[in-house]
Design a protein around this ligand. Structure first.
Ligand code: SOE
Length: 391
């Protein structure tokens, strides 16, 4: 591999750090058509960005993302900022001829996602690629689940049961970080983690959701104002409170194009559950079950076996012929949260080199955004929620 491709990344919080490790490691573990060069990290604060660039492995630091677009040594822009800046950065980067990978959810509104998709389609005609970073598709066990469904091992799929359960805002004194502000995040649990289970379910089934019905709730309506840089960590919080303008929890039902029914739950109030991204699929020939808290395992029930022998059995997804797993450690040694990011960078680079459109595309991200909007619309329509008669 002699070719190189320059990368500029915007943002150095949780996702910026996760993506940085992926750029650092992709070429060390995968055969890539071009070696990524970590040219520059961009951020708003010069000192913090310079310190982050040096600790995360970036060759230089830029104040402001626009500087990345002016640099000839940057061919890829990786967007790891809060949702309210995705559209502006992505459209400008695509128009400047840079390939773009953008964190999820794609945008804060359908209109923004539409503008981004239009820019992506236009750019693709000129060979400029884009991808939305739904990392859980690249967990080996989730990719294996997709393989099983694609191979028909589950038969006719009837049910999808998906949950994303976290508990980091159970404490009402946890501050009002950007993920709890509608203008910055678009929505709450719904867009932040509900978007993941929507994408994962559509990916595993290979079908889109065609209709949904939603129920959302904000349990804690005011929280102490946060340090503007605070992410998932509390940071320093104030005694002054401000309104929480997003959902704390979102439940929804859905119907898939092929007729399967889906039940979904996304919440940050599931005390004790840290990152339980779960999906179970039931089909006429068998079922699959996955929980991110045991991310190297996929459970499979073969319904064709005699009842006395059947039942869920654990597949340890660490074999060389499992998706992505062969690039890493010997069987049984296992992967972690960070590996899915490395896999998505690997897939993005291969698509860019092959001149193919990487998946999930911005159009796929727009599809998820439309599902989110439909859930919000349904949840806001109180008349569709039937009150139980008092006895
Ligand atoms: C916070 O809920 C969060 O960091 C999400 O924003 C990520 O997408 C998810 O992977 C982990 O949790």
């Amino acid at each position: 591999m002699t070719e190189t491709i320059g990368v500029g990344l915007v943002g150095s919080s949780f996702m910026g750090r996760a993506h940085s490790q992926a750029w650092r490691n992709a070429a060390a573990f995968f055969d890539l058509p071009a070696r990524p060069v970590m040219a520059a990290l961009a951020g708003r604060d010069p000192d913090r960005t310079a310190a982050a660039a040096s600790s995360l492995g970036w060759a230089s630091a830029e104040t402001g993302w626009r500087r990345l677009l002016e640099r000839d040594d940057v061919q890829i822009v990786d967007i790891c900022t809060p949702g309210d800046s995705h559209a502006e950065i992505a459209v400008a980067a695509l128009e400047a001829g840079k390939h773009v990978i953008c964190e999820k959810p794609l945008a804060t509104t359908v209109a923004e996602a539409e503008a981004m998709t239009a820019a992506a389609v236009k750019a693709a005609a000129a060979g400029v690629r884009s991808m939305v970073a739904f990392n859980y598709r690249r967990v080996p066990a989730v990719a294996l689940a997709r393989r099983f469904v694609e191979q028909g091992r589950l038969g006719r799929v009837r049910h999808v049961r998906a949950q994303y359960l976290q508990d980091w805002i159970v404490d009402p004194e946890f501050p009002l970080v950007w993920r709890l502000q509608k203008e910055r995040a678009g929505s709450g649990s719904l867009g932040d983690i509900g978007a993941h289970i929507i994408d994962t379910a559509q990916f595993v089934l290979g079908e889109p959701l065609t209709g949904v019905s939603g129920l959302t709730e904000t349990f804690v309506r005011e929280r102490p104002l946060a340090d503007s840089s605070a992410g998932l960590s509390a940071g320093s919080s104030s005694t002054v409170k401000g309104p929480v303008t997003v959902d704390d929890a979102a439940l929804f039902l859905g119907r898939f194009a092929g007729g399967a029914l889906g039940t979904f739950e996304a919440t940050r109030f599931a005390s004790g559950r840290k990152n339980a991204m779960r999906i179970e699929v039931n089909g006429s020939l068998g079922s699959l079950s996955f929980d991110f808290e045991a991310m190297n395992e996929l459970w499979f029930h073969d319904h064709a076996l005699p009842a006395g022998e059947a039942g869920f059995r654990r597949i340890l997804v660490t074999e060389a012929d499992h998706p992505y797993a062969g690039a890493w450690w010997p069987p049984g040694h296992g992967l972690g949260y960070e590996h899915a990011f490395t896999h998505e960078i690997r897939d993005f680079l291969v698509a860019v080199a092959e001149g193919a459109d990487p998946a999930p595309s911005f159009a796929d991200g727009l599809g998820v955004q439309r599902v989110l909007a439909a859930i919000e619309k349904s949840a806001a329509d109180e008349s569709r929620f039937t009150a139980v008669e008092e006895t």
